[in-house]
Design a protein around this ligand. Sequence first.
Ligand SMILES: CC(C)(COP(=O)(O)OP(=O)(O)OC[C@H]1O[C@@H](n2cnc3c(N)ncnc32)[C@H](O)[C@@H]1OP(=O)(O)O)[C@@H](O)C(=O)NCCC(=O)NCCS
Length: 427
Amino acid sequence: MATFGNGRRVAIVAGVRTPFAKAGTAFKSISAIDLGKLCVAELLQRTNLDGKEVQALVFGTVVPSVLAPNIAREVSLLPLLPKGVSRACASANQAITDAADQIALGQLDVAIAGGSESLSNIPILHAQGFADALVLASKAKSLPARLRALSRIRPKDLVPVTPAIAEPSTGETMGESAEKMAKLNGIAREEQDHFALRSHRLAAAGTADGRLTAEIMPVYVPPKFESVLTSDNGIREDTSYEQLAALRPVFDRKYGSVTAGNSSPLTDGGACVLLMNEEKAKSLGYTPLGIIKSYAYAALDPGEQLLQAPVLAAPVALKRAGLTLKDIDLVEMHEAFAAQVLSNLKGFESKRWAERAGFSQPVGEVDRAKLNVMGGSIAIGHPFGATGARITTTLLNELGRRNGQFGLMTVCTAGGMGFAMVVERTR
Ligand SMILES: CC(C)(COP(=O)(O)OP(=O)(O)OC[C@H]1O[C@@H](n2cnc3c(N)ncnc32)[C@H](O)[C@@H]1OP(=O)(O)O)[C@@H](O)C(=O)NCCC(=O)NCCS
C-alpha cells in the first residue's frame, strides 16, 4: 500500500446502514441488491450529495445470487448514480480500502463503498444427478428420449444442495473452526457466554440511547410495507447468563462450547460509507467523521486457526499508522463467535503470535472498556458483506461522541484471512 503518505488523505464523510435482521425474518423477501440500494440511496440523501459526484461504487457480497453475481453493478444502477462506475468486491472492507486506495492515488475524489447480504436468499442448487438428467432431457430430440432422461432421476437426486459456511480447502465450517480455536486457546464456555451476554447488553443500551439507531435507516418490510424495522432485530435485551449457559453446543454436540447464543446469527442487511479526498470533502462543505490512517490484510493456513488472522493484521496496521495500542481510544472487533474474539484478544497479548507477525513485542492487552462498546456482531448480527462498513461507521461515530482520536478495527474472514484498519477522528 503506497498510499496515505502522499499528502492525499482519505476521509470517511458518513456511513449508514439498514437495520440488521435475522435471516428468515423481516427482510426475507428483500434481495441483497435491494438492501444495497436502500442504504446507498439513504447515504446520498443524508449527506445531500449529488449522485453525479460519485465516481465509483465498490460493493461486496459474500454469497452472491447466481442470477446477479455483480452486486456493485446492480446497486450502481440506482437512478441517483451515474451508470457504469461499479466494481464487484469480496467484502465491505475490501470495497472501502479499494476505493480509498484509488482516492489516495488521485484516481478518484468521491466513492461509496460497502456491502450487503441476504442470507435468507442463498442459492439452492440441484444435486448433480438431477442436474445431469435435466441437461440430458433438454438435449433430447424426441419426447420418449426426454422421458428416458428424466426417468434417471432418483429420490436422492431431489435433495437440494445448500452451500455450507465451510472452507473449500478443509471442509471445516466456521463454527467447527471456532470450536477448535476455543480448545486450542483454552477459552471456556463460561467466558464465551459472558462475552455474548455483554454483546447483547451493550447493543441493547446503544439501541435504547440512540447511538446505534443513529447509523440505521428505517426499512419498511415487504410485501405489505405496513410495518417498519428501525433497529436490529437479533438483539436480546432480556437474555441472561443462565439462558445462554443452558443452550446446547451446535458444532460439537458432545464436547463443544460454541452455541447459537455465543455465535453471530445468520443475518440480512446492507451498509455503506461515503469516501472522499479530504480536500474534496472540504470543498463540498463536509466535515468528515475521520480519515483512514492505515490498514493491513493478513492470512494464515485455513486448516490452522481459521479466524485468528486479525492478530497478524493488527500490528501491521498499527505500525503503518505509527501508533501502538496505547494510542487507540476505541477498538471495534468483528464478533463472528465469542470464542474467536477471545482467541484474538489472547493472540494480541502473545509473544508467539507477535513473532509470527514479524514483531518482537505483542500488540498488548485490549482494555475491555474500549472494546465493542455498543456490542458487536453476536448481538447486532452479521450480514457477511455488510459488517465491515457497519463497523467503520460505528467506530467513527463513537470516536466523535467520546472525543477520541484513534480507532482500531479488526475483522476475521473465511479463508483464514484477517483485516485491520486504523482511523483518526477529524470531526
Ligand atoms: C449457530 C447457528 C447454527 C444457530 O442457528 P439457529 O439454530 O438457527 O439459531 P437460533 O437463533 O434459532 O437459536 C437457537 C436457539 O437458541 C436460542 N438462543 C439463541 N441466542 C440466545 C440468547 N442470546 N439468549 C437466549 N437464547 C438464545 C434461541 O431462542 C433458539 O431457541 P429455540 O430453539 O428454543 O427457539 C447459526 O446462527 C450459525 O450458523 N451461526 C454462525 C454463522 C457463521 O458461521 N458466521 C460466519 C462467521 S464469520
